[in-house]
Design a protein around this ligand. Sequence first.
Ligand SMILES: Nc1ncnc2c1ncn2[C@@H]1O[C@H](COP(=O)(O)OP(=O)(O)O)[C@@H](O)[C@H]1O
Ligand SMILES: [Mg+2]
Length: 387
Amino acid sequence: MESSSTEPPKAIEYLHKQVYENSSSKCEAMVIREYKKIGSGAFGTVVEAVLQPATNENDNVGDTSEDVNTDQLNIDEEKWLGPFAIKRVPAQTDYKSRELEILRIVNHPNIISLKYFFERIRVKDNKMYQNLVMECLPSNLQKEIKYYRISKYTIPYPHMKAYTFQLTRAMLYLHGFGIAHRDIKPTNILVDPSKVCLKICDFGSAKKLEPNQASVSYICSRYYRAPELTVGSSVYTTMIDIWGLGCVIAEMFLGKPIFQGQTPELQLREISKLLGPPPNSFFFKANPNYRGNMYTTKLFTGTVEERFRQIFSNSPPDAIDLLMQILVYDPEQRASPRRVLCHPFFNELKQKDFKVYPRGSQEPITLDLLKFTPFEWELLGPYQDLV
Ligand SMILES: Nc1ncnc2c1ncn2[C@@H]1O[C@H](COP(=O)(O)OP(=O)(O)O)[C@@H](O)[C@H]1O
Ligand SMILES: [Mg+2]
């Protein structure tokens, strides 16, 4: 609910006659009030907004444009639904419409849910835009990591565990459909710190991967790009998201991205500073045609395990063990989501009386992290008893 007293003055309002409700596919006229910009990316913008079904009196008004005076609209301040986040991207390109398709089929507590969608021509440039109306979360993992880094802390361990568990659960579900997110990174992971709740967003790069079908390798933001992608593999699997998961966990512990390659090729060098030189079998499996630098020189002394302990010197041993199972060159050896969910790193969460204190709160809350759906139990398979 949005009360008129808290609204910034420059909200825009418009009536749109064909707003589709996602779960029922019902189409209805709605009034939309956008009042805050919350994100902008390469393709579009995200705004915070409230919606309400248009009354019959609005019927003869017709679709209004953003810069039209909407005094003629009949608005009931008590009837606003939301707040929502509306992501606006140019319509028509095949590449981006996948986002709507995928958001329409997924339904999981740790994946952002789509409430409504509509297409609309913007007055500004007279182009058609797709509008995705989603539930709105107050923050993302990048902001959260930064918040703690500024005061020289890390996200508290129980929160890290709860966030990692939820992120992995979302991956178990997505990968169960064969869908790879392909852009896992802290800005695409929304959180509500008051509930220690996490949801993946930004399905703009997501794709259902078919076995042995080629896909582009130039996806994922560089720092979070799996090694097989950095060498140009085109028949990769959903395990590329697991690499991203490892990078995100590492970033929560370190307060900054773990592999900051200055160019796509140098990204592999950064990775080799932790994992050692990639084995020849890695190049052979990922891309036999790779002709770039193979970084065969070991850039540190001691074993890889010692190197992990050195880089994550302030992190608990179970977290280091988990990272060593995830940050692995060979995607087939990388821990699967269900294996991750069973890792002792999460034991604390699984205790009956587990409670967390949300950021800034004196009152602990309980989290319902283990309420798996029948589909998830099925995906857990032989790991059911271990989770
Ligand atoms: N449902 C949402 N609730 C709150 N903030 C959101 C939501 N969706 C996106 N955002 C914010 O907007 C930013 C950009 O959205 P995103 O979907 O990642 O678009 P892009 O494709 O431009 O990266 C995100 O990083 C996040 O901070
Ligand atoms: Mg994004």
